[in-house]
Design a protein around this ligand. Structure first.
Ligand code: URA
Length: 433
């Protein structure tokens, strides 16, 4: 088999076989295929797309390029949840304890933040003592006893995807639906849970800004998961403004605690109830309406918050901070963003808000950047709110005051005003099964 022939076949719009895709994936990860040939094939895929069979073959080949988690000693069906990423998305810290309180076995493997989106691992690590690197044996013990564990990805998770993604990043081939779907699903399948719930976001802070494209991505990923033998569902949700009010690591933990204690309702609460209900539905088969009722009850009767404390304690974290969130370290500097005029906030460009948060130190521009766990943004107003000049729209927090001016300028540019109240799209658009 020759890489030249595989490139030519894809260039001419023909379907690659499973063997050809395996040859390419193996050669790419063990460096026997030069980067220029991999890049050429990626561009041919970008321009010509892939069939469902090709996408499945690529996903499985990338999954098998590294280790898959061994969850066989976990008692009961395991469930995982994946969000395609957004700004202020702290749903994992709320949804995982709710689902565990309902009896699900949740093995949640997450990544770190990069660019304008945050990562669950960074958020969790803002809880003093919390460990996201856990041995497999300990993970099994925690999930069997507590019901859930939230850890980082293993270093050897789908290495072929890492190699291919790095090349996509420098060859303008990131925005390819088959490549995105296979990239995400190769890692989720390697995490090896029996059931997978996807939260596929659309809007100005999402991977897919367009709702139709997000729907196609969700459909494709559900198809891949089912073909690989998983129970699957995808919830299509809006990311056209930050989720909740907090953006930034410890600020988001504090907000998650408020929701778990039943002290905050609204968009974040609504989305978490829906996601937790779908996780419970996938694993138990109970009607979705019953799973929704049980999820609400778990917040109302305190079992979801108790479960969060159990998970945090099992992973070495200090639960005193959760009982009293005043104990979280606070940022040294802050500045307020005030409304420039009378009117409604008609749009908050979510990607720009994520960038402002990154400037404050809450995120990484490059993979080696250090995180300031206390940095970030608290929104006082959101899309649809009426403001008068001088009203506080947000407060920015950081420990590095050299960045605060630039962050404020970026945040200001994210705000759009209108004279009439804007229509806001539904938060939860569709569920794909
Ligand atoms: N996230 C991934 O893991 N892969 C992509 O291609 C895009 C987003």
């Amino acid at each position: 088999m020759k890489m030249y022939d595989i490139i030519a076949k894809k260039r001419d719009g023909k379907e690659l076989t499973r063997e050809e895709i395996l040859f390419f994936t193996k050669g790419c990860s063990n460096d026997t295929i030069p980067d220029y040939q991999t890049a050429a094939l990626l561009m041919a895929i970008y321009l010509n797309g892939m069939t469902d069979n090709e996408i499945l073959s690529l996903t499985l080949a990338m999954r098998d390029s590294g280790e898959s988690a061994n969850l066989s000693e976990i008692e009961g069906h395991t469930v995982d949840k994946h969000s395609t990423g957004g700004v202020g998305d702290k749903t994992t810290m709320i949804v995982v304890p709710i689902a565990a309180a309902l009896g699900c076995k949740v093995v949640k493997m997450s990544g770190r933040g990069l660019g304008h989106t945050g990562g669950t691992v960074d958020k969790l690590e803002s809880i003093p003592g919390f460990r996201t690197e856990i041995t497999r044996n300990r993970l099994v013990v925690i999930v069997n006893s507590v019901g859930a564990c939230m850890v980082g990805h293993s270093a050897n998770l789908a290495p072929a995807d890492k190699k291919i993604y790095n090349l996509r990043d420098v060859t303008a081939t990131v925005d390819s639906l088959p490549l995105i779907a296979s990239s995400i699903m190769s890692k989720k399948l390697a995490c090896a849970s029996d059931c997978i719930l996807l939260d596929v976001k659309f809007g100005s802070g999402a991977l897919m800004t367009d709702m139709g494209e997000a729907m196609s991505l969700a459909n494709e990923m559900v198809k891949i998961g089912k073909a690989a033998g998983k129970k699957m569902a995808a919830v299509l949700t809006s990311m056209d403004m930050p989720l909740g009010f907090a953006v930034g690591n410890s600020l988001e933990v504090i907000e998650a605690v408020k929701v778990l204690k039943g002290e905050q309702k609204g968009d974040l609460y609504d989305i978490c109830i829906e996601l937790a209900a779908h996780m419970a539905h996938l694993t138990s088969g109970l009607p979705i309406s019953e799973c929704r009722r049980l999820s609400i009850e778990a917040i109302d009767n305190g079992t979801a918050f108790l479960k969060f404390k159990e998970i945090v304690a099992a992973q070495g974290g200090d639960t005193a901070c959760l009982d009293n969130t005043e104990l979280f370290e606070r940022a040294e500097f802050c500045t307020e963003i005030k409304a420039a005029r009378f009117g409604y906030i008609s749009h908050l460009n979510t990607q720009l808000i994520g960038k402002a948060s990154m400037e404050l130190g809450a995120g990484r521009a490059v993979i080696d950047d250090k995180i300031d766990h206390a940095a970030g943004i608290i929104l006082e107003k959101k899309t649809g709110d009426y403001v008068a000049p001088g009203d506080i729209i947000a407060t920015l927090y950081t420990n590095d005051d050299s960045m605060i001016y630039d962050a404020a300028v970026i945040f200001d540019s994210a705000i759009e005003y209108a004279d009439s109240k804007p229509e806001t799209p539904p938060l939860i658009y569709d569920v794909i099964k």
